[in-house]
Ligand binder design. Structure first.
Ligand code: URA
Length: 456
């Protein structure tokens, strides 16, 4: 029986459950361009108001996942695992997690000689107030983020991790729907967000997936409850698709780590992998280890996520992650010589220090505003396709809860254009709060959602 897109829209509008066949037909029509933009918009708005039941969400995610080419890891006969973050400020955990997991995989090859764990990371670019892994990697001279699928597989085989951008052929349904959501007021639907994120992650043919869902003033979702609801949707969608999935609700009330920008974030990770640990990087190291711990646990390399986190730290401290990092970067044609002195490669032409206006405790900030300040220094973009500055960004000198003296540096601002310093300086000065009483910062990991907590 032929399925008409208009009937699918009417069913959703009227609150009737959609069949898998209806959802598949609609997604096919979207990709084949046999329905109009107006019909796509109507469908999105109907989903926005009516939501999706678990079967509908699983069917939409699957139809989107298989709407174009997918990465097929089966020939590698290994455990594939990735992590996804809903986006943060200074969130560079991918740059540590990929080499940590790669090192663990190389240390435990399969009988066929393939790394025992592979991380096929398909990453995004900075948009809005959050940074993007690809922009950071592309500050490394020569680093190629546009590998062909055969080369992607080769790098995975050789190094245990590869990091590329989304190709035009991967999950084309999401490209169309995401673009349309942006100007139809439907971006915030947790069901559409879940299908968008999970279709792209599951197209990597993953055995395991760890989701870092941010909560707090720098999070993409506006409330803790909404972040948790999204986390639950994503875990159940992943598990229903046969991928072991955990979601960690993590605090994003201030930039993660020491630096927020592009090259400076790579520099921070290189320092950590070389064993140089700034106190400002403690939260970043902790979160990277916790997320890696879950990935190692899913891959069967540790008896628990906690043991996995300890193993991750050992891999960092032993230098094995740094060795893997150098291999991964070289396989992507990146120039590894700049890691010998990463500070020397940081060449902002304009710098300004924001100092505390009074003594007290650093008690809070609007982390989204901090992210926008980083973007306006030149590190982010206002629209897709805009260039980003390699050297713009901020350095954090204090974390929430730190006792500070009047005149003590809180942030150093970096830019490649002196004219771009004033506005971010004003934004940062206006958002930091200093109080007389010591605040209690939120724990880094607030809650963990798994199939067990969901009783799946
Ligand atoms: N990231 C995505 O990939 N999709 C969304 O809908 C939101 C964030």
């Amino acid at each position: 029986m032929q399925i008409h897109p208009l009937d699918v829209i009417l069913h959703k509008r009227d609150g009737l459950p959609l069949s898998t066949a209806e959802i598949e037909a609609l997604v096919r029509a979207i990709v084949d361009k046999t329905i109009t933009d107006a019909q796509i918009a109507a469908f999105l708005m109907a989903v926005f108001f009516r939501g999706l039941n678990p079967e509908e969400l699983a069917a939409l995610t699957k139809a989107m996942r298989f709407s174009g080419e997918t990465f097929d890891a089966t020939p590698l006969h290994t455990f594939t695992v990735d992590k996804h973050s809903t986006g943060g400020v200074g969130d560079k955990t991918s740059l540590l997690i990929a080499p940590i997991l790669a090192a663990a995989g190389l240390a435990s090859p399969t009988p066929a000689g393939v790394p025992g764990i592979c991380v096929p990371m398909i990453s995004g670019r900075s948009l809005g107030h959050t940074g993007g892994t690809l922009d950071k990697l592309e500050t490394i001279p020569g680093f190629d983020t546009q590998l062909s699928m055969p080369r992607f597989e080769e790098v995975l085989h050789q190094c245990g991790a590869a990091l590329i951008g989304q190709t035009p052929r991967l999950v084309p349904a999401d490209r169309i729907l995401y673009g349309m959501r942006d100007h139809t007021g439907t971006v915030e639907s947790p069901f559409l967000i879940c299908a968008s994120i999970m279709s792209k992650k599951l197209a990597e043919s993953l055995n395991g997936l760890v989701l870092d869902v941010k909560v707090g003033s720098g999070a993409f979702m506006p409330t803790y409850e909404k972040s948790k609801f999204l986390a639950e949707l994503m875990v159940s969608t992943g598990e229903l698709a046969g991928t072991r999935t955990a979601a960690l609700l993590t605090t994003m009330d201030e930039p993660l780590g020491r630096f927020s920008g592009n090259w400076i974030e790579v520099w921070e990770c290189v320092d950590i992998m070389k064993g140089i640990r700034s106190p400002m990087s403690a939260d970043l190291i902790e979160l990277s280890n916790v997320l890696s711990g879950w990935m190692l646990f899913f891959a069967g390399k540790s008896p628990s996520p906690e043991a996995g986190a300890k193993l991750a730290d050992e891999i960092l401290l032993s230098g094995a992650a740094y060795k893997s990092w150098l291999q991964i970067v070289a396989a992507h044609k990146g120039d590894t010589s700049i890691f010998e002195n990463p500070a020397a490669f940081h060449k902002p032409t304009a710098t300004r220090v924001l100092k505390a206006s009074c003594a007290g405790y650093l008690s809070g900030m609007d982390c989204t505003e901090v992210g926008w300040a980083v973007q306006r220094l030149g590190a982010g973009r206002t629209k897709p396709g805009d260039p980003v500055s390699a050297h713009a960004g901020i350095e954090s000198h204090a974390k929430i809860g730190t006792k500070i003296e009047e005149g003590q540096p809180i942030f150093t601002l970096y830019s490649e254009d002196a004219a771009l310093l004033d506005e971010p300086y004003r934004m940062l000065a206006a958002t930091i709060e200093i109080s007389d009483t010591k605040p209690t910062p939120q724990p880094l990991v607030r809650e963990i959602i798994t199939r067990d907590t969901l009783a799946l």
